[in-house]
Design a protein around this ligand. Structure first.
Ligand SMILES: *Cc1c(COP(=O)(O)O)cnc(C)c1O
Ligand code: SF4
Length: 412
């Protein structure tokens, strides 16, 4: 029987207190960079130039740096780069070795441990690529890789084979070839810009790309998948939003994993995008010791709604090489979903998906609410575990006369 998270959370004062504190918005502030001018601090290019990329910086900034992290920072040079903007670095609790922010961006020695079932391209993207930088898996939409650079590098990144170029993938997108393929493929109606992070492009370059795509008659819908609003909210300038709003319908999917990532700075950036009429969604990755808990996930999704962001997907962590220390079980993922649906606003509940290993695309995975489908009824349960029946024949046709053996469900 499902556990009732609403009551268990309400019953446990420690959980309740954690939940309330996670839901508060705080500024990240300048923290360790208190001497920097406001103009520099709020300038996204300054933030990028001053990213934490070297072990010596980590040693100064993180008094609790562990041996695993020290080794990780060295190994990162040849695997997936370390780069953390000062703004985001300030979210790390330097006293906590297991800080959920830290685990996402500070490399660890475990990243070099690879299990036989792990892969460098777990979603089989390279084999679905008609021209370099396009992944065409679903007939009506295409993933357009714009760059191999991100504001910071997530240690579980499904594209770590290419992003940051530490492993020498040498990704050089050829926009003209990518655009030409889309122009010639009438079935494509939706283009998703990703990478790397498309918002690292200058406004002018991005505007050029968006206008080329908008000029294609069969393209109805544009979207950008980006972690910049979380890593580098300074990038979400009024000028960027003014530019983006010319290309509607344009949606943006952000990537937040933990409620502490939703700071007052992030909220302000998201507000600017929402005010520009951009519908916002969020994609999270389920990560061990980061967000694999109902309390944390519930705080995250509720906080997202307060930032006008609709939780869209929560991903089971891909089988990316060296990610075992960050992966959690599908069983745990289902337990968390179980404790969201019905227990909070429906808009706050994302779809849990597994990107099928090897390249099958996103497959929804859901807790089981249909208990049986007999000859004359569908037996279902609700979020509290109460059982209900819906009269219907096994072949799906509705029952004509009310069957005598079915009781009226109680709605009281
Ligand atoms: C995730 C993804 C998309 C978009 O999928 P939606 O379910 O429409 O959000 C498109 N192409 C590829 C290759 C993807 O991985
Ligand atoms: S921002 Fe996205 S593409 Fe970049 S490292 Fe993180 S998960 Fe990968």
């Amino acid at each position: 029987m499902p556990q009732d998270s609403a009551s268990s959370m309400a019953d446990d004062p420690a959980d309740r207190q954690l939940f309330e504190s996670l839901k508060e918005f705080h500024p990240a502030g300048k923290g360790c960079w208190s001497g920097v001018s406001d103009a520099d601090w709020n300038d996204w290019r300054w933030q990028l130039k001053n990213r934490v990329t070297r072990l010596e910086q980590l040693e100064k900034l993180l008094p609790t740096l562990t041996a695993e992290e020290r080794a990780g920072a060295i190994l990162a040079r040849s695997k997936l780069a370390m780069a953390v903007p000062p703004y985001y670095f300030n979210l790390i609790d330097s006293a906590d070795e297991n800080c959920p922010i830290r685990r996402q961006v500070i490399p660890r020695a475990e990243e070099t441990t690879t299990a036989p079932w792990e892969m460098s391209d777990p979603c089989g993207e390279d084999s679905h690529s008609p021209v370099p930088g396009l992944v065409h898996r679903y007939p009506d939409r295409v993933l357009f890789l714009v760059t191999d650079r991100c504001a910071a590098y997530c240690r579980y990144c499904t594209r770590s084979r290419m992003v940051s170029n530490a492993a020498g993938y040498d990704f050089h997108p050829e926009f003209e070839r990518q655009i030409e393929y889309i122009e010639q493929t009438n079935s494509i109606r939706d283009v998703l810009l990703s990478g790397g992070d498309a918002l690292l492009l200058s406004d002018d370059k991005l505007e050029y790309l968006l206008s080329r795509l908008r000029a294609i008659k069969h393209i109805e819908f544009l979207r950008i998948g980006t972690r910049i609003p979380i890593f580098l909210p300074q990038r979400i300038t009024p000028a960027l939003c003014e530019m983006l709003k010319k290309f509607h319908p344009l949606f943006v999917s952000i990537h937040a994993n933990h409620p502490r990532e939703l700071t007052t700075e992030v909220r302000a950036g998201l507000e600017r995008m929402a005010d520009a009429g951009i519908p916002l969604g969020n994609q999270s990755v389920l990560l061990k010791h980061v967000n694999d808990s109902p309390v944390i996930m519930k705080a995250l999704v509720q906080k997202l709604l307060m930032c006008r962001v609709r939780p869209y997907y929560v991903y089971q962590c891909d089988l990316i090489a060296g990610s075992a220390h960050l992966r959690t079980s599908v069983r745990r993922g289902l337990e968390i979903m179980e404790q969201l649906r019905g227990h909070t606003t429906g808009y706050a509940v994302p779809q849990y998906v597994i990107d099928a290993p090897g390249g099958g695309g996103k497959v929804p995975v859901n807790p089981q609410y249909v208990l049986s489908h007999n000859h004359d009824r569908v037996v279902i349960r609700n979020f509290e575990g109460k059982i209900f029946e819906y009269p219907e024949k096994a072949d799906g046709t509705p029952l004509c006369a009310a069957p005598t053996d079915i009781e009226e469900p109680e709605f009281a």
